[in-house]
Design a protein around this ligand. Structure first.
Ligand SMILES: *[C@@H]1O[C@H](CO)[C@@H](O)[C@H](O)[C@H]1NC(C)=O
Ligand SMILES: *[C@@H]1O[C@H](CO)[C@@H](O)[C@H](O)[C@H]1NC(C)=O
Ligand SMILES: *[C@@H]1O[C@H](CO)[C@@H](O)[C@H](O)[C@H]1NC(C)=O
Ligand SMILES: *[C@@H]1O[C@H](CO)[C@@H](O)[C@H](O)[C@H]1NC(C)=O
Ligand SMILES: *[C@@H]1O[C@H](CO)[C@@H](O)[C@H](O)[C@H]1NC(C)=O
Ligand SMILES: *[C@@H]1O[C@H](CO)[C@@H](O)[C@H](O)[C@H]1NC(C)=O
Ligand SMILES: *[C@@H]1O[C@H](CO)[C@@H](O)[C@H](O)[C@H]1NC(C)=O
Length: 430
């Protein structure tokens, strides 16, 4: 009887252990723009993240090699050490700005790709990073994307080919949908992306902004029944095009976008008539942009009206003639639940320096932990055929399961050898 109770306890503990192993594969990502004065690397609350992206390293114009940002002042050397001091299990990645002519030059020949790949691996290794991330939002042509496809295969071969190292993680941040109007409806090379990258950060934001000053709009709405400008549309089209859900990471923002209303006495909802970008704020210093911490100040100082639109799943606030679209913990909570329901790999934020005392980042992290602990047993990880970084945790889960099963079995049948000899002893001495 006691054995049975012990076995049941053992099983429960095993389930919890397996859950925590499963959870560790989820992504709570955050980008840190290098050189931030308001949130230096040493004050990042790294416990709120599983992956931190150092943004950005640059491609040197003349050589096509990866180098630290000229403004970096040695931050790249300290970053991993500093954030791992707070959270030893956080993974750090160097994010590479790949949107200029320099990256097109890298794509151009197998030789320039190989030289770039070598330099990227060296930069990550020599500064203690766990991976590399490409910010590749605006590919310029189908030809470039075809070369990008080969590039990813070569990059993966290079990181997997170093026998004495855990392979570097390879990720990319991509446009919110895979088919690109400005490239004649060309598409990202999804097969190569799915095969070679550990996961992709899907930038589900910048849907409306001061590039259109005539009307207010949501920066990062989850849904929109009237248009394809929504996170759900983007994520769904990536999945439909063949990106496995375990490789898709939902992009969330810690900044909002603002407008000046034409007439502050008129209804100030979404799609209200506007005349200009909202005023520049003290920290973000750019017209039409509010960091979340500045939205908070705006709401307090102006006693602004706060609205949650549950049709689009987005938030906005307005006071006088200023209107700002942004995401607060209530909206983020719903979006993190969406990511979990769709079995996505997780979420990431641009940019963690814009949060207000880690309010939104902690809300997201808490929601994911809560939802994961209720979903995990049903969502046992399926073995993935592709990248090494997923393979490792999954096989770890199996090893743990087998070991724990063996332990539990030993409690019920405390090893067969001795019970047999007990039987023999009983027979001999009675
Ligand atoms: C970091 O976040 C954790 C989890 O929310 C919290 O317990 C801790 O107090 C935070 N630390 C700082 C310095 O804000
Ligand atoms: C980078 O190189 C290109 C030619 O490859 C040149 O046109 C451009 O001016 C250079 N840019 C800088 C910032 O040096
Ligand atoms: C890249 O590194 C590998 C191994 O270190 C070396 O064999 C190869 O020549 C390098 N290629 C370039 C283009 O630097
Ligand atoms: C793609 O690579 C080939 C050679 O591998 C090169 O001839 C071509 O110009 C490249 N295309 C683009 C758009 O970079
Ligand atoms: C602003 O809207 C109010 C209410 O609709 C209207 O009475 C007023 O004339 C409008 N002002 C301007 C300048 O259009
Ligand atoms: C936004 O407002 C304009 C002008 O009032 C209107 O033509 C347009 O249909 C509206 N868009 C949406 C999505 O409601
Ligand atoms: C703030 O606005 C609300 C209505 O939105 C109003 O009831 C309240 O009196 C205002 N408070 C201050 C201090 O202006």
């Amino acid at each position: 009887m006691t054995r049975f109770i012990a076995a049941i306890l053992c099983f429960l503990v095993s389930t919890m252990v397996v859950d925590s192993v499963t959870l560790s594969t989820k992504v709570k990502g955050g980008y840190w723009p290098t050189g931030s004065k308001i949130v230096p690397a040493s004050s990042i609350n790294a416990t709120l993240f599983t992956h931190l992206f150092y943004a950005f390293a640059r491609i040197e114009n003349t050589t096509s090699l990866l180098i630290p940002d000229p403004e970096d002042n040695g931050e790249i050397e300290k970053f991993s050490r500093v954030v791992k001091y707070i959270n030893p299990s956080v993974k750090t990645l160097i994010s590479i700005s790949a949107n200029g002519p320099e990256f097109q030059q890298v794509m151009g020949t197998p030789e320039s790709r190989q030289a770039f790949i070598n330099s990227s691996i060296n930069l990550a290794r020599s500064n203690g990073f766990d991976g590399l991330d490409l910010d590749y939002e605006f590919p310029q042509s189908q030809g470039e994307m075809d070369n990008f496809s080969s590039f990813l295969t070569e990059w993966r071969e290079a990181v997997d080919g170093l026998p004495n190292f855990t392979p570097l993680l390879l990720t990319a941040a991509v446009y919110y949908k895979p088919v690109l109007k400005w490239v004649g409806e060309g598409a990202y090379p999804i097969e190569s992306i799915a095969k070679n990258l550990d996961f992709v950060n899907v930038m589900c934001y910048d849907f409306h902004g001061s590039w259109d000053v005539t009307a207010t709009g949501a920066n990062a709405n989850l849904y929109d029944p009237d248009s394809d400008l929504s996170a759900d549309y983007g994520i769904s089209s990536w999945l439909k095009a063949g990106l496995p859900s375990e490789k898709a990471v939902l992009g969330l923002t810690l900044y909002g976008r603002s407008w000046l209303l034409k007439n502050q006495s008129e209804a100030a909802g979404l799609n209200a008539t506007a005349v200009a970008a909202g005023p520049a704020q003290p920290i973000s210093q750019s017209e039409g942009v509010f960091f979340y911490r500045e939205v908070k100040t705006f709401i307090e100082e102006k006693n602004a009206t706060v609205v949650h639109d549950w049709n689009l799943v987005t938030g906005y606030a307005y006071a006088e003639n200023v209107w700002v679209s942004y995401e607060d913990p209530i909206i983020i909570d719903t979006k993190v639940k969406y990511a979990m329901t769709k079995s996505l790999r997780g979420y990431f934020f641009w940019a963690i320096t814009q949060d207000s005392d880690w309010e939104v980042s902690s809300a997201a992290s808490r929601t994911m932990d809560l939802v994961s602990s209720s979903l995990a047993p049903a969502e046992a990880p399926a073995p993935l055929p592709t990248s090494s970084a997923i393979r490792t945790p999954v096989s770890t889960v199996y090893i743990v399961v087998i070991m724990l099963a063996a332990m539990c079995a030993m409690i019920v049948f405390p090893y067969t050898g001795s019970s047999l000899s007990q039987v023999q002893k009983v027979g001999r001495f009675q």
